[in-house]
Design a protein around this ligand. Structure first.
Ligand SMILES: NC(=O)c1ccc[n+]([C@@H]2O[C@H](COP(=O)([O-])OP(=O)(O)OC[C@H]3O[C@@H](n4cnc5c(N)ncnc54)[C@H](O)[C@@H]3O)[C@@H](O)[C@H]2O)c1
Length: 286
């Protein structure tokens, strides 16, 4: 049992209408927090609040495209105006794409990096300075992925974006330590979880649409493999949220809920140190 004071605090959760973000919101309410549920999907937010059955005084839903700096700036202003502080900032919204690296268009990269990476830099720019001035401290949780620690065929932009999230989170941790800040930081790196992430295109805004769509046989295979992995995922979004809240409570930085993946992460680290070529499927050299 740690010392983080959830009860009576305020949680801001991005990507709150679905999957892991929805479960973060549910858990925050269960811990007695007020919750700001942020998502680009306004209808999804309304449905999520209906399911959670929370009083209107405990929740604020805001439709935001987290990749847009001005929208995040307005969000931060309205949250601090209404609540005065943020105890836990959960940068969780994320999108995924399965394609060969050479088939990713510029719009694909802009979309994936906009939602997965720039959203977090936007949130840090607009929330962090205010959180640093809070007497009560606070915590920042960034949702990365195991894809931020290892690489898999078909996930190039996604993996690159999640490596960026891990890197940004580690740097933030070090900078906050150096400045003796009270704020905690964690980076969440799950493997497969059953959510709606394979339908991410549904909320892809026109500014990120491709002029034309290419889908080769290999890209379709990558997509089918990922659908299969997500459908058969062992841990639920609720399990992941629980694991992350426990980690916040202990002030742990790295959160890896799928411990069976550890040998693959270890193998990649060893390959780098030994200057061996990257491996695929449990060890065969390429
Ligand atoms: N599901 C997995 O297997 C898995 C594994 C590792 C990491 N993750 C990460 O977990 C996080 C949550 O994903 P999930 O699996 O719950 O997926 P999900 O699709 O169920 O939820 C993602 C939410 O983000 C929202 N979103 C998308 N674009 C947005 C934007 N521009 N602005 C605001 N909100 C936006 C979506 O509307 C959706 O509600 C993501 O960062 C994802 O990369 C997921």
């Amino acid at each position: 049992m740690g010392t983080f004071r959830f009860a009576g605090g305020v949680a801001v959760v991005t990507g709150a209408a679905s999957g892991i973000g929805f479960e973060f919101s549910r858990l925050a309410f269960l811990h007695g927090m007020k919750v700001v549920m942020v998502d680009v999907d306004a209808l999804g937010l309304d449905q999520a609040v209906d399911v959670l059955k929370v009083p209107a005084s405990e929740v604020l839903t805001v439709q935001v495209d987290v990749s847009q700096d001005d929208e995040m700036e307005r969000l931060a202003l309205s949250v601090f105006e209404r609540f005065g502080c943020v105890s836990v900032l959960i940068n969780n919204a994320g999108v995924c794409l399965n394609k060969s690296v050479w088939e990713h268009t510029q719009q694909d990269w802009q979309w994936i990096f906009g939602v997965n990476v720039f959203a977090i830099s936007n949130a840090l720019r607009h929330f962090l300075p205010k959180m640093l001035n809070q007497k009560e401290g606070g915590h920042i949780l960034n949702t990365a992925s195991v894809a931020g620690l290892v690489n898999t065929p078909g996930l190039s932009a996604y993996s690159a974006s999640k490596h960026a999230v891990v890197s940004m989170s580690e740097t933030l941790y070090l900078e906050l330590k150096e400045s003796r800040s009270q704020l905690g930081v964690s980076v969440l790196c799950p493997a497969w979880v059953q959510t709606n992430i394979q339908n991410a295109q549904k909320n892809r805004l026109p500014r990120y649409q491709n002029p034309s769509e290419i889908s080769s046989e290999s890209s379709m295979r990558y997509e089918a493999q990922m659908n299969q992995a997500i459908t058969h995922a062992k841990l639920s979004a609720g399990d992941i949220a629980l694991c992350a809240f426990d980690a916040i409570d202990r002030n742990d930085f790295y959160i890896l809920p799928h411990r069976k993946i550890n040998p693959i992460i270890e193998r990649r680290m060893q390959d780098i140190l030994m200057q061996r070529n990257p491996f695929i499927d449990g060890g065969s050299k390429q």
